[in-house]
Design a protein around this ligand. Sequence first.
Ligand SMILES: C[S@@+](CC[C@H](N)C(=O)[O-])C[C@H]1O[C@@H](n2cnc3c(N)ncnc32)[C@H](O)[C@@H]1O
Length: 274
Amino acid sequence: MENLPVLKFFADFIEAELGIIYVEANYYQLEHRLKNIATQLGFADLTELHRSARSGIVGQLRTLLLDIATNNETSFFRDGAIFKALSEAIIPELIKSDKKRSIDLWSAASSAGQEVYSIAMEIDQARKLNPAIPPLHILASDVSETILKRAETGSYTQLEVQRGLPARLMVQYFDKNDQDEWVVKGNLREGLTFKKLNLLHDWKNIGPFDIVFCRNVLIYQGVENKTKIIKKIWNNLNPGGFLVLGAAESLFGLSQDFDQIVHGSAVFYRKKAS
Ligand SMILES: C[S@@+](CC[C@H](N)C(=O)[O-])C[C@H]1O[C@@H](n2cnc3c(N)ncnc32)[C@H](O)[C@@H]1O
């Protein structure tokens, strides 16, 4: 492959920045994506892109590189059982154990926002049955600036809302705009904050949280990074706080600092006392 050193340069950047490894078998895919970036930024070819990148990967180039390396697959109420567990088990447990003034939740890889708005809808519905549920504060974070901006707009195509959003909730919480997109209503955005955050970096000045959703992002990491991230989450959880992973993920071999809890077909974790 003629561009091998150039591709390796960008693959090394992606691995250092995100912990995501591009094996050589996937360099064709990387090359295709880098060529698109070169065109977008007005470079004649990959060699020119590389020349510019060697003097620093910053600004739009950095944003675009992180975008091509991340998988943003998500949907409303993805793996639905966990949202029932949230309203039926996690929230009741939290408000039982403490006179809470707010519920502080972190969605640590929020992608285009379907996860956070699903959480907000689930809790809002639960509050209609139990007005004692305190206000919800959600921090939504992602490493990709582009996807985070999308999450903040809270607007979704017909195809996106058809993936998991029940019609009764769509009419209750979304308005249709003149581009035929469904836009989250203002009341669902109350208490919501967005922040660019790389789970591999040190994160400061966030938390502590009662609940952390860290779903379908650790799968891209090696054991060492996963273990470090879980430890940092533990440090940012209140005593007795909850951790939710993706349906295909577990803490097995990563941490013994949590108790595993099963509710229906959902599995989640609770911080053990230190
Ligand atoms: C597959 S999506 C999962 C979205 C949502 N949590 C869900 O389960 O539907 C993974 C998200 O993790 C983000 N991501 C990947 N590496 C990350 C990192 N090191 N720090 C923070 N976010 C990261 C990606 O940008 C992407 O939006």
